[in-house]
Design a protein around this ligand. Structure first.
Ligand code: PMT
Length: 402
């Protein structure tokens, strides 16, 4: 991966069974052309021998700040590195880093590092969800560190849930994305619907909603960043998205969005339905401005076509379809029911019960449910970061479907 070539990376490995994955990680980083300096806590050396990492990285591994008479210069290492990566980061290591406890080589280099720091946690599900761990994660994020999301699945304890170390390939890709534009979606065209729709009542009035288009535009940018192409069907929105590989189709009504999406989808490998589409439109749009008359007025509405459901019907086996669910109550049940009803592969739930989530704001908090019953929960983040999580969770393996 050319973004990583020549980069100097300090890799801190702490004492977790997931340390074995750091062997593959070291190999991938070296293969990508990085210079890797491995640091290990004494606990980590109980899981994998330093000799393994020294052989792969072609550098001595540092396990202590002092080594006999010698002093392993943590300040120098902190200045040498283009990036520091702590993977796996145990609950203990997270606590050390978050609270500035400088009693091993990893935390000493961390405190001296001027480069960006990436932290990939790994631990059991209950340790991960413990408020102490979550507080330390939040603290580390507030210091500007990059937290690489944990995976969800079977853990060494036999329990199932969140806490797995992200796969080495994902960690390398995460670094690649940081250092430059990754090409993981090169050759893939993704359709996105975004923004609100306006359903005309008369030439001056419409039925609409509060969607700004921010979530869909952030998704488009996240896909472009991965080298993909995007057809963005955008309802009325003040945003002016642009970028190499972006085809923007501006629409107003649900019917226009439907026509554009249905005709674009056959050429796409995936569709992401982030638009807030009006479910109903006036049966007739008045050609002249409706004059004020009676105290009450009735507008007869007719159902709009469901774009996601139609794409779900026409979806081919090589295509993937991702929907959104905006809920106010019973989020999970409603999202899962839409996932099945519209023949989606994934559904992204955002709930208006979570402050900072949903319409208009720059942040969102989502959970993603897959048609094969996987669940991914994410913290409140900027819509840009949420978009990256959605793309990583739902699309980055799409080439393997070809
Ligand atoms: O635009 P922002 O201000 O950034 O806000 C983002 C958002 C809140 C609009 C976005 O995150 C979101 O949740 N979009 C979907 C909103 C919605 O209409 O959800 P729904 O539960 O009503 O619809 C379910 C799915 O069917 C959605 O993927 C929707 O795009 C799709 N749908 C719905 C009706 C319809 N006629 N056609 C559709 O394609």
């Amino acid at each position: 991966m050319k973004e990583i070539k020549g980069k100097k990376i300090v890799l801190g490995i702490s004492g977790s069974i997931a340390a074995y994955k750091a062997v593959v990680l070291t190999r991938l980083l070296v293969k990508a052309g990085a210079e890797v300096q491995v640091l290990m806590t004494p606990a980590a050396t109980k899981f994998v021998q330093p000799l393994t990492f020294a052989t792969l990285s072609k550098r001595p591994v540092f396990t202590e700040v002092t080594a006999g008479e010698a002093w392993n210069n943590h300040v120098e290492l902190g200045l040498w590195a283009d990036a520091m990566l702590v993977a796996p980061a145990t609950a203990n290591t997270l606590a050390r880093l978050a609270n500035g406890i400088c009693d091993n080589i990893i935390s000493a280099v961390y405190l001296s590092a001027r480069c960006p720091v990436f932290v990939a946690p790994a631990m059991d599900v209950d340790m991960w969800h413990h408020p102490s761990t979550q507080r330390n994660i939040d603290l580390l994020a507030t210091y500007g560190n990059h937290l690489i999301p944990v995976g969800n699945g079977e853990l060494a304890s036999g329990l199932v849930g969140e806490g797995r170390l992200a796969e080495p390939e994902h960690i390398v890709d995460y670094l690649g994305r940081f250092f430059g534009k990754s090409q993981l979606l090169k050759g893939q065209k993704i359709l996105i619907t975004a923004g609100p729709t306006y359903e005309g009542i008369d030439p001056v009035r419409f039925i609409g909603n509060r969607s700004s288009g921010k979530m869909g535009v952030a998704l488009a940018q996240a896909i472009l960043q991965q080298g993909g192409e995007v057809i963005l069907v955008l309802g009325p929105s003040a945003l002016k998205p642009e970028g190499e590989g972006l085809q923007l189709i501006r629409v107003e009504s649900a019917q226009e969005m439907y026509d554009a999406a249905v005709s674009a989808f056959p050429d796409c490998q995936a569709g992401i339905m982030a638009a807030a589409v009006a479910d109903y439109r006036p049966v007739n749009m008045a050609t002249e401005k409706i004059k004020k008359s009676d105290d009450r007025m009735t507008i007869e509405l007719v159902k709009n076509p469901d774009i996601a459901a139609q794409l779900g019907r026409q979806k081919q086996t090589h295509q993937r379809l991702i929907g959104f669910a905006l809920e106010t109550t019973q989020g999970e049940a409603n999202a899962k029911s839409k996932l099945a009803r519209k023949n989606l592969d994934f559904i992204v739930l955002n709930s208006l019960q979570d402050s900072g989530a949903g319409f208009g704001v720059d942040t969102n908090k989502v959970s993603i449910f897959s048609s094969d019953n996987k669940v991914y929960h994410f913290e409140l983040k900027t819509k840009d970061a949420v978009a990256q999580d959605i793309v990583a969770t739902t699309l980055l393996d799409i080439k393997s479907k070809d």
